[in-house]
Write a new protein. Sequence first.
Length: 202
Amino acid sequence: MAQLPGSKSAKRIGLLGGSFNPAHRGHLQISQKALERLRLDEVWWLVSPQNPLKAASGMAALKSRVAAAKEIATGAGGDPRIVVTDIERDLGTTYTVDTIKALKARFPAVRFVWLMGADNLIQFPRWRHWRTLFRLVPIAVFPRPTYSRRALSGKAARRFERYRLRGSRAPDLANISPPAWIIVRARPDSISATSLRQEEGR
């Protein structure tokens, strides 16, 4: 597991969760934009032992996914403020809502922000206790080609529409009590882990 700050460290931390099967430049782009636009101190990549919404077949070993993610995060074009971790394995959590609760308990001084692409906002109602998750942590949503417009008309966006903030509030998001969410102004990247695996299989 990567070294994480102590509980007294009052940092602003972005959390980007997923299988990272494999990590790619889209993850890196979101993280770099989050550091810049949200004025975060760090972004943690939470490499999931097993995403409950994805099949285990075709999933690379956790150790391999973590190692590959570190190469992308801090290699050429990366950023040392991106921390790759498999902390969910140590926390014993599978669902994001439980991971957030555990992290907030372990690091009470840290101000967390959940980072995700617009494609995940569409399927957010499939996540366990997704309404609770909105109330646990501020959320920053990043554009994805073909997904952004549908995301804004989806169930999650409509349910929490009154808590959506203007994009100009991005620098303040970490300090705002949830529920609070924004769409981050950024050029979308069309790459996906699925397309990368298909290319590797050719």
